[in-house]
Design a protein around this ligand. Sequence first.
Ligand code: FMN
Length: 324
Amino acid sequence: MRTRITELFNIQHPIIQGGMHFVGFAELASAVSNAGGLGIITGLTQRTPDDLAREIARCREMTDKPFGVNLTFLPTVSSPDYPGYIKAIVDGGVRVVETAGNNPEKYLPALHDAGVKVIHKCTSVRHALKAQAIGCDAVSVDGFECGGHPGEDDVPNFILLPRAADELKIPFVASGGMADGRSLVAALALGAEGMNMGTRFIATREAPVHEKVKQAIVAATELDTRLIMRPLRNTERVLRNEAVDRIVEKERALGSAIKFDDIIGEVAGVYPKIMLEGAMDAGAWSCGMVARLVHDIPSVKELIDRIMREAEGIISQRLATMMG
Ligand SMILES: Cc1cc2nc3c(=O)[nH]c(=O)nc-3n(C[C@H](O)[C@H](O)[C@H](O)COP(=O)(O)O)c2cc1C
């Protein structure tokens, strides 16, 4: 399948693995790239630019295919050393960066000068147009159903994607709620040039996270996610657990008076405990509603091959037959 996204990133299949904190290590990124998609290392999971440089080198040993690095610009108090991370990316010969969160404009010249393509992940047409205007090469349009930060507009992909298609000139991929060949064909039909997946890729053999995290995704239904931190305008879709129930209760009780400090125990620094140790109630962790469509833990290659086979079947048989 050739789309503007496969051409832009020089990949075989129009499938991207979105950056995921404490999931997007070299093992997963290289597996996705080796299977013909675009794997992405999560930059900020690496404590320092030197650590990121080492992770990039490790990934390079595991694949000779293109892979990317995610740089998330979050509203944190003490800003990470972004110029240092960018230097590690450029020096490591990485050709794709997925930016997310705040406007990446300040960092685009350094990336573009080094020949790096930038795909910005955003949750509204407004922000996608801004990304286009500042010179991003592509966008990843993240609908309300997505795991992680869906923004504050709450527009699901059935509206968001055609709206993006109507407005954007640069190519975009659909993100949020994507799991299988049906998702890919639907995304293409709505105007996207491919899809980005988060939650689905966690439940794969190569994802270097605790088995309990994978099992939790397989067991979850579409009713098991919750939105937290909305009063802080930092909404996150997470899988319900004891910590999330406490957050929801505090948000109900404190209303708009709630402060980050009130929930810090449930959200700060919890990812290593959950992802690496499998402490499933240690805190809140991002997960999409799409968990309900995840029924197994295949290898990344099995997953991607299956998606492409299914998509091709839908297009060349089911849809073609309908056209008589
Ligand atoms: C556990 C987890 C951690 C994530 N961490 C990040 C992150 O650090 N930076 C980022 O830009 N997106 C992050 N995301 C969002 C994903 O890259 C992707 O946009 C999202 O998962 C798509 O929705 P889906 O889960 O329905 O596929 C995370 C998602 C999950 C599930």
